[in-house]
Design a protein around this ligand. Structure first.
Ligand code: GLY
Length: 391
C-alpha cells in the first residue's frame, strides 16, 4: 500500500512537472491567434489556388500558386491547426488548400517539391491516411529525382542564374520527401539519391567552424566543385542564418530516417555554430546573416529562428548527452518568438503570426516582413515542444 502511494505521488509529480514545462510557453494563446489570423485571411481571400506567402512592398498580401516553393506552407499551417484544435473546419480548409497543389507533383524544373508537397500532402497524409495523398507524394519524389545527376552526386537546385550546377543548402529539406517515399513504398532508389546528396554536402558544405556555404556550384560533366558562393547571404564567406537553420534541420531529419551517426554529427556541428551565434544576441533571435557588419543595426529573421527551433527540438531527442543543450536553446528561441517583440497581436500583421522575417536582403526582396514559412516552422516547433516535453 505504501509503495503504491509513493508511486502515485511520484507519478503525480512527474505529471505536474511535465505540465508545468508545457505551460512555460503560451501554446494555447498562439493557436487561438492562428485561428483568428488564418480565418481572417480566408475570409478575405477564399480562393484556394492562392496560398498566403508574404507582403509586397506596397503592403498588399502576396499569395502564390503551386508553382512557388512556398505554396505548401499555408496548407501546412492549416494541417497543424487541425491537429492542435481537432476542429473539422480546419481539416476541411487544409484539404482545400492542399488539393490545389497537386499539379506540382509533375514539375521537374525546380527542386522545391519537398517543401511544396511534404508540408501539404505529407502532413495531410499523416493526419488523414488518405491514400491519394500517398500517390501524389510518390509522383512528386519521381519528379524530384529527375534532377539528380549521378556524376555530381546531388540534386540540382536551380535551372537559372549564373551557375553551372547549383546545389543550395535549402535543398537538404527536399530530401525528406525522398526518404519518406523510400520508406513508405520500400523503394531504395530514392534512398540512394538522398544519401548521395547528403554525402556530397558533407564533403563541401561546411567550414571548419561548423558554418555553411549557401551555394555549391559543380561542373555537371565532371562532378568537380567549381565554387562556394552565396545568393541570399551577406557575402560568400558569411553565414546566412536561414541557410544554417536549413542545415541543422536537414541533417537532423536525415538522421531520423537513416540513424547514420555522421549525419547526427553534422547536425550538431551546424547546431553548435547557430547556438554560439544566437548566444551573443540578447533575445536569441538571429540577425538575417550572422556576419553582416551592420549588426546590431540590421534586421532579425524570425524564419531562421523558427526553423532552427523546430530542428533543435528534434535534435534534442537523439542523444541524452546533448538533450538539455538543444532543448533549452530551442525553448529560448521560442520564448522570444512568443513575446510582443515578434508575435502579432490579433487583427494585425496582415494575418500572419510572426513579425520580422527576411526573404532575400541582397536581392532587395522582403526585408523585415511576415513570411509564411516562419509561421509554419513556428507552429511545427510548438507542436514538437508540446509532444516531446510530455514524453
Ligand atoms: N529556399 C529559399 C529560402 O530559404 O529563401
Amino acid at each position: 500500500m505504501k509503495i503504491k502511494l509513493s508511486l502515485f505521488i511520484i507519478g503525480q509529480f512527474l505529471f505536474l512537472s511535465a505540465t508545468a514545462q508545457i505551460d512555460q510557453l503560451p501554446v494555447k494563446k498562439i493557436i487561438d491567434l492562428a485561428e483568428k489570423q488564418y480565418q481572417s485571411y480566408i475570409d478575405k481571400f477564399p480562393d484556394s489556388t492562392q496560398h498566403l506567402y508574404s507582403i509586397r512592398p506596397n503592403s498588399n498580401i502576396q499569395a502564390v500558386t503551386y508553382k512557388d516553393w512556398t505554396s505548401g506552407f499555408f496548407p501546412g499551417c492549416l494541417w497543424y491547426l487541425y491537429d492542435f484544435t481537432k476542429d473539422k473546419k480546419w481539416e476541411s480548409d487544409a484539404k482545400k488548400w492542399t488539393a490545389t497543389l497537386e499539379p506540382a507533383k509533375l514539375v521537374t524544373t525546380m527542386h522545391d517539391l519537398g517543401f511544396i508537397l511534404f508540408s501539404s500532402f505529407g502532413n495531410g497524409y499523416l493526419l488523414t491516411k488518405d491514400s491519394s495523398y500517398k500517390n501524389i507524394l510518390l509522383q512528386g519524389a519521381k519528379s524530384l529525382s529527375t534532377r539528380f545527376n549521378p556524376i555530381v552526386g546531388s540534386i540540382k537546385s536551380w535551372d537559372n542564374g549564373p551557375w553551372h550546377y547549383p546545389v543550395i543548402v535549402d535543398n537538404l529539406m527536399n530530401l525528406e520527401l525522398l526518404f519518406w517515399v523510400a520508406q513508405t513504398f520500400h523503394d531504395t532508389s530514392f534512398l540512394h539519391i538522398a544519401i548521395s546528396h547528403l554525402n556530397n554536402d558533407i564533403k563541401y558544405r561546411f567550414r571548419e567552424d561548423g558554418s555553411t556555404f549557401h551555394v555549391l556550384d559543380f561542373d555537371p560533366s565532371t562532378g568537380k566543385l567549381i565554387a562556394k558562393k552565396t545568393w541570399q547571404g551577406y557575402t560568400d564567406s558569411s553565414c546566412w542564418a536561414r541557410g544554417q537553420a536549413w542545415a541543422i534541420y536537414g541533417f537532423t531529419m536525415a538522421y531520423r530516417y537513416t540513424h547514420n551517426k555522421e549525419y547526427l554529427l553534422y547536425a550538431k556541428k551546424a547546431a553548435n555554430y547557430f547556438i554560439d551565434q544566437i548566444n551573443k544576441i540578447d533575445d536569441h533571435i538571429p540577425y538575417w546573416d550572422f556576419n553582416d557588419t551592420a549588426i546590431p543595426n540590421t534586421q532579425r529573421d524570425v524564419s531562421a529562428a523558427s526553423i532552427a527551433a523546430s530542428a533543435l527540438l528534434e535534435l534534442s531527442e537523439f542523444d541524452p548527452a546533448t538533450k538539455k543543450t538543444y532543448y533549452n536553446a530551442a525553448v529560448e528561441i521560442l520564448r522570444s518568438l512568443c513575446s510582443d517583440a515578434y508575435l502579432a497581436t490579433p487583427g494585425t500583421n496582415h494575418d500572419f503570426l510572426l513579425q520580422h522575417g527576411v526573404v532575400n536582403k541582397p536581392g532587395g526582396k522582403g526585408v523585415d516582413v511576415p513570411i509564411i514559412y516562419a509561421d509554419y516552422y513556428f507552429l511545427q516547433a510548438l507542436w514538437r515542444y508540446q509532444h516531446y516535453s510530455t514524453k
